[in-house]
Each structure stands twice: as C-alpha cells, then as structure tokens.
Ligand binder design. Structure first.
Ligand code: NDP
Length: 292
C-alpha cells in the first residue's frame, strides 16, 4: 500500500497521470506566485514552423495549462518557406528579448529543417524542453536541473509508485534522443540496471520478461502484450498512436492496456498517463529556468 494517493481510480493499478500532474501543477502555481512577488514573470514563447494544424490542439493545451498557473504563453508561427538563416534570427530575437524567459520549439518541423540544429539555436538557459545539446549533456553527466519533459515525466510517474530504483532491472524500448536515451541516463544515474532495446534487438521478449520496470516509446501501437511482461512489473507507456476503432479513431499506447494491466503491478493509461505529466514538466522546466 502506498503512503500517498497516486490515482483517482478506485482500487486500481493505474498510475493516473492526469491526477498526479494536477497535484504537481498546484505546487507549481505557488512557485509562480512566489516568483511574481519578486517581479519575476514567466513568459514562454512557443515557436511553430510550417503547417501547425496537426499540433494546434497540443499547443492550445500547453497554453491553457501555462495560463492556469499564471505563466504567460505567446505563439509565434513561422511559414515553412522561411530560410533557415531567418528562422535562426527569429530565435535569436527571442533569446535576447528580456521579457521572454523560455522558448519551446514545437515538433514536428518541416522535413527540410534539422530539429536538433534549430534546438541548438535556443539559449540553453531559455530551453524549456531541455533539448539543447548543453542540457542533454548535463543529463549524461548526471548534473541536470531540467531535461527533456517526456523523459522527466516518465521517471516522475515511475517514482510515484514508490519503487526502489536502485538495483532495479529496467528495460527501455525505444532509444530516441528525446525519450529513450535521456530516460536511460537518468535511471542509470539513479542506480538502476538499464537495458535499452530498439528495432534491431534480437530477443525483445527476453529483456521484457527480465524487467521489473518497462518504459516503452516506439510509436508502434500495442507492441507490448501481457504475455511478454513479468508478473508484478511496472509499465510506463509513453507511446501515442492513432488506431481505427469501429468507425472512429482513438488514441492507444505502445502497450496493449487490456492484457498488460492484468499482469502489471502498476501501469500508465494512454491517454491520461505520460501525456499530461509531460505538459506539467514543461511548466516545471519553465519555472526552474527562471529560478536558476
Ligand atoms: P522515434 O520514432 O524517434 O523513436 C522510436 C524508437 O522506437 C526508436 O529507437 C526505434 O528503434 C524504436 N522502435 C521502433 N519500432 C520498434 C520495435 N518494433 N521494437 C523495438 N523498438 C522499436 O519516436 P519518439 O521517441 O519520438 O516517440 C515514441 C513514441 O512516444 C511515439 O508514439 C510518440 O508519439 C510518443 N511520444 C509521446 C510523448 C508524450 O508526451 N507522451 C512525447 C514524445 C513522444 P530504431 O531507432 O532502432 O528504429
């Protein structure tokens, strides 16, 4: 039995990201108010490049969350035919603007642009997403004050279960720069034995069945089934996939929730797990940048 509540679902093994993020946001609101008392406003500039239709809902959600805790949020939309050098200048203007305290570069960017290059143009001390090479490097050195939001959110949800991370066998499926790799560094630093799998891993099942904890971020709907994981393990599902359901579509994770939730001791739902906590972590990063 946990000594703190982690879910609004009665008697379930669900790690409720919606509930836990709302609790975190309450604390963050207090932080924002304290900073306002010393005249430190927090103001995020969100930069979208090209057709921002597909991410409109996501950005709107970020703005609503920011405003709900007293953080200003401005949207900047850049056309996809703007030369890279001009995009760099636009980011530079935000870097030197003293009223802007944090910058988010919304993903995806048009294919002809390099997201990691654009990310490096953002000042490390305004990097709300924790994706600047300097900030990623700090993660590798175990000295980070902020980091990639989804990675931090996943670790936060894992810790809410009260698990002892030191010595735990943890398998991460997916090794992208923004999710799998930073999670691996963070958990290694915390003393876990970390195995990182990807699409060339020879025997994924072996690594899954050995794991006390599985974090999955592959973008492959329902890749992980209940019979692939150890009884009593913890499953953090980071995937967001659109699946056809009857005549409609619905969002599902990289794990098959129905079968996995019968085997796992704790599991995150999709939606309502890592997603809401990721947005809360963006806000936490934005606040920590100003505190620093
Ligand atoms: P990427 O496509 O960048 O990376 C996917 C990773 O999964 C790669 O390392 C790939 O390996 C691995 N992979 C793909 N297929 C398999 C397979 N069959 N078996 C084992 N490994 C596999 O994706 P992201 O990391 O950006 O995103 C992953 C998922 O997480 C997506 O569903 C995305 O929508 C979601 N996401 C959710 C967020 C949230 O806030 N909840 C935020 C960011 C992402 P390889 O490189 O070898 O091909």
């Amino acid at each position: 039995m946990l000594d703190k509540k982690i879910s609004n679902y009665e008697d379930s093994n669900i790690i409720d990201g919606k509930y836990l993020s709302s609790k975190l946001l309450e604390t963050l609101k207090e932080d924002v108010n304290k900073l306002k008392e010393i005249e430190s406003d927090i103001h995020i500039a969100s930069v979208s490049i090209g057709d921002h239709g597909p991410i409109e809902r996501y950005v709107r959600n970020q703005k609503r969350t920011a405003n709900s805790i007293g953080i200003k949020f401005s949207e900047i939309n850049i056309p996809d035919n703007m030369p890279e050098s001009d995009i760099r200048k636009s980011i530079h203007l935000l870097n030197v603007n003293p009223t802007i305290t944090g910058i988010i570069l919304q993903r995806p960017v048009p294919e002809h642009l390099s997201i990691s290059l654009l990310q490096s143009y953002i000042n490390a001390d305004k990097d709300v997403e924790g994706m600047h090479p300097y900030n990623i490097g700090q993660i590798a050195f175990g000295k980070y004050k902020f980091g990639p939001c989804t990675a931090l959110a996943s670790v936060e949800l894992l810790k809410s279960t009260g698990i002892k991370i030191k010595g735990a066998e943890i398998t991460i499926v997916g090794h992208s720069n923004i999710v799998g790799k930073p999670i691996a560094f963070i958990l290694m630093e915390e003393g876990a034995t970390v195995t990182v799998c990807h699409h060339m891993t020879r025997d994924l099942n072996k690594h899954l069945l050995n794991a006390d904890v599985i974090l999955v971020a592959t973008g492959q709907a329902k890749l992980i089934k209940g019979n692939m994981i150890k009884n009593g393990s913890i499953l953090i599902d980071i995937g967001i996939n659109v699946e056809k359901y009857k005549n409609l579509t619905r969002i599902v994770g990289d794990a098959d929730f129905e079968s996995c939730s019968k085997v796992a001791k704790w599991i995150t739902p999709v939606p309502g797990g890592v997603g809401p906590m990721t947005v809360a972590m963006l806000m936490k990063n934005a606040i920590n940048l100003v505190k620093n």
